[in-house]
Design a protein around this ligand. Structure first.
Ligand code: ARG
Length: 588
């Protein structure tokens, strides 16, 4: 059983007070105060209740407050403004709650009442193309959401959804043919078997793809040919399929390495191509519901609505040349997931600029009764920008390869770590390990602490700072707690918590805020709320550590309480960092 959060407990108590006044329990909702200098919690329900009951809000507030004062858990219950109820708990109540969190194997993590089966579609790299900055956010945010949802109790499958079936595949086949025309894959009359060994390496792909794509841009005839080849590939031409398989296998190796470096793992390595077997049944279903229309040789689904301010264009199911496009493969993938996983919900962590695409797919899916629109979520994200606050690009105008950015971060982290830890006498290997973790923490925390939907500027120096709201600061806090505990030792299991100073109360309140923060982060799909909590917790700890003696505290009870608080803080902080995909070194 998960620990019930303070806000949940107080909501239940305030709800009863409203009910006793003949009002709806729901008005009793309590939340953390937005004026922590005045109160710890607040309840704004009297205002809404007054509107509904056509009564004076202050009168309701007074009546509810009077009932709450009778509970012996509040140090203060007061009314503010038109009828806000401000609540401050007694230190005894807070201390007892902190003891619950301390005794909880999940450090107070929130758990969902009715967990769901969820597919998260994130990653979305394209075969034959190296990862670029745009893929970084999908990977980092998707991984964090996956871990957060699992922590809440959901059964989550993460799927990389490789881009392995689009026009770039035709372009690449064409490029290989032009360079090595004698390979058997291009001979229509050859019936196999095809060579087991790939004729192309990862480097070949990295070289050939940009070439092919540039050639198609420059020459409409080439472009047309690439489209035709793509259509033939999708139709299953054996030579093309055999060579395409090599592209995919070779790409997998490179992509796995890149995602491993990021600490990002997928349960499924499926791709757009896996949707192909579902295209025919999809078309059948669409036809039976009369949802397919011919338009300039293509077959489309109209998804616009009567009152459509967004003017969503139709989704192209089958293009003129018979090939499937991005929308059709996404629909086929929903079919596949429904059949193989039967999820309650599918979440797409993809660049916010693809919102129209997802709107088309979700509407089409709903129209044909494939999967309900309200259980398909596009959780978009903003761009990573360069110093000019425009999406990061290479000088040639392409999206910046992820490698470039990771290398910058790595170099920066090594310099930073060497500068601050060189005198500790750590081995070279350990310093390298610390630098790798510091670099990753800087990168991930910077990304995740920025609200998912907004853009941010990539600024290595800021991200790598050991001060302020950064990944390295939080690592440092987590490591310091470990070393504090090493020196001070652990208290006996079940030692009582005592609040003897402001800094202890502050730390207890921060620890206690975790379940609510986690719930909000979960419900909004916003990891930055967890980052904010981690930062608050680390700051509270720092204040606590400055003001409260631990190892040399003479009072045994107070000492034990502080040991418990330190241990609980360390555990909660590491749990959160782990959920964000951030690894903590043993020392630094
Ligand atoms: N491959 C796509 C891209 O690079 C992203 C795929 C996102 N997922 C999806 N189901 N459409 O833009």
């Amino acid at each position: 059983m998960a620990v019930l959060s303070l806000a949940e407990r107080l909501s239940a108590i305030a709800g009863q007070a409203f009910q006793a006044e003949g009002l709806d329990v729901a008005f009793g909702r309590v939340q953390a105060s937005d004026r922590p200098d005045l109160a710890q919690f607040q309840c704004n329900g009297a205002l809404a209740a007054a509107r509904q009951a056509k009564m004076n809000p202050r009168a309701i507030g007074e009546a509810v407050a009077a009932r709450l004062r009778e509970e012996n858990i509040f140090a203060d219950v007061s009314l503010a403004g038109p009828g806000f109820i401000n609540l401050t708990l007694t230190d005894e109540y807070l201390a007892d709650f902190a003891a619950l969190v301390a005794g909880d194997a999940r450090s107070g993590a929130w758990a969902k009442d009715t967990p769901e089966t969820v597919v998260i579609d994130y990653g979305g790299p394209n075969v034959a193309k190296p990862l670029h900055v745009g893929h970084l956010r999908a990977a980092i945010i998707g991984e964090a959401l996956k871990r957060l949802m699992r922590l809440a109790g959901d059964d989550v499958t993460g799927d990389i959804h490789l881009g392995d079936w689009g026009k770039q595949m035709g372009q690449l086949l064409m490029a290989v043919r032009d360079e090595m025309p004698d390979l058997p894959y291009f001979d229509k009359d050859f019936t196999g078997p095809y060579p087991e060994e790939s004729p192309v390496s990862l480097d070949d792909l990295a070289r050939l793809y940009p070439q092919a794509s540039a050639a198609c841009k420059a020459d409409p005839a080439k472009n047309e040919e690439a489209r035709r080849i793509t259509a033939e590939l999708q139709a299953g031409r054996p030579g093309y399929i055999a060579l395409w398989r090599h592209f995919v296998t070779v790409s997998h190796v490179g992509l796995r390495r890149e995602y491993d470096d990021l600490g990002v793992t997928f349960d499924l390595w499926k791709g757009e191509s896996d949707a192909q077997p579902f295209i025919e049944p999809l078309v059948g279903l669409l036809e039976s519901k009369d949802l397919l229309e011919e338009s300039e040789g293509a077959r489309i689904i109209r998804v616009a609505r009567e009152d459509d301010s967004k003017k969503i264009p139709p989704l192209i199911m089958i293009s003129q040349d018979g090939s499937v496009l991005y929308g059709s493969t996404d629909l086929g993938t929903i079919w596949d997931r429904k059949q193989s996983i039967n999820p309650d919900r599918i979440i797409y962590v993809v660049d916010a600029r693809q919102s129209q695409h997802f709107e088309q797919v979700f509407r089409a899916s709903d129209l044909m009764g494939l999967f309900p629109e309200d259980r398909l979520e596009h959780q978009g994200f903003g761009t990573i920008n360069g110093p000019d606050d425009k999406p990061y690009k290479t000088r040639e105008g392409d999206a910046l390869p992820l490698r470039v950015l990771l290398d910058q971060m790595k170099t920066g982290a090594v310099d930073r770590v060497n500068a601050s830890l060189s005198e500790r006498g750590y081995s070279k290997e350990e310093l390298a390990d610390i630098a790798a973790k510091v670099g990753m923490a800087a990168l991930k925390f910077a990304d995740l602490s920025n609200p998912r939907t907004t853009n941010y500027i990539f600024d290595i120096d800021k991200f790598l700072s050991f001060e302020g709201k950064t990944g390295p600061y939080l690592l440092y806090a987590a490591v310091r707690i470990k070393s504090v505990l090493e020196r001070a030792g652990m208290a006996e299991q079940g030692s009582a918590i005592m609040i003897t100073q402001d800094a202890e109360r502050d730390l207890v309140l921060s620890l206690a805020a975790f379940p609510d923060a986690m719930r909000q982060a979960y419900e909004k799909r916003m990891p930055h709320i967890l980052c904010d909590h981690a930062w608050r917790l680390a700051q509270s700890f720092s204040k606590f550590y400055t003001n409260c003696r631990i190892a040399d505290e003479p009072d045994a009870g107070i000492k034990a309480s502080r040991q418990v608080l330190a241990r609980t803080t360390g555990e909660q902080l590491e749990l959160i960092l782990g959920t964000l995909g951030i690894e903590v070194p043993d020392r630094m």
